[in-house]
Design a protein. Sequence first.
Length: 137
Amino acid sequence: MALIKVNKRLELRFWIVVFSVVFIGTSNSVYCQAPDKEELKPEVTQFILPEVITEMIKRPSLRILIEGHADEDGSEKYNLGLSMRRAQAVADFLINAGISSNRIDIQGLGESAPAVQGSDEDAIARNRRVVILEQMK
C-alpha cells in the first residue's frame, strides 16, 4: 500500500490516521486494518506519527485532540469503545515517543461523525479512522 501525500502544509492543522489507507495534509486520516481493530499500520508508525512527533517537539506549546472514529458495523456502544481504543492507540504511540500526555486529549466518537456517507467498502474503510487536531488556544 502506498503512502499518499495530499496538499501538505508547513503548519500543523490536522492529520487523519486511517487504519487501511493513509492520507497526510489538510484532510488526513489513519484507517484501521480491519473493522474491529485499533492496531496502527506500519505506514502510520513509520511516516505519519513521526511527523506529528517532530511537529510537537518543534512546537512545545502545541496541544492536540485525537478523535477516534468507527464505521457503522456493530452496535453504537461497541463502536464508541472501539473508537476510543483507536484514539488511545495513537496517543500511546506519541506518549511512548516522549510526548507528554498533558499535551494530548482523546475522545471516541464511534460512528456519529462519518467522514463519508455510503455503505460501500471504500466509504466504510474511510470511516475507520483517527483524526489528530491541533487545539487552538
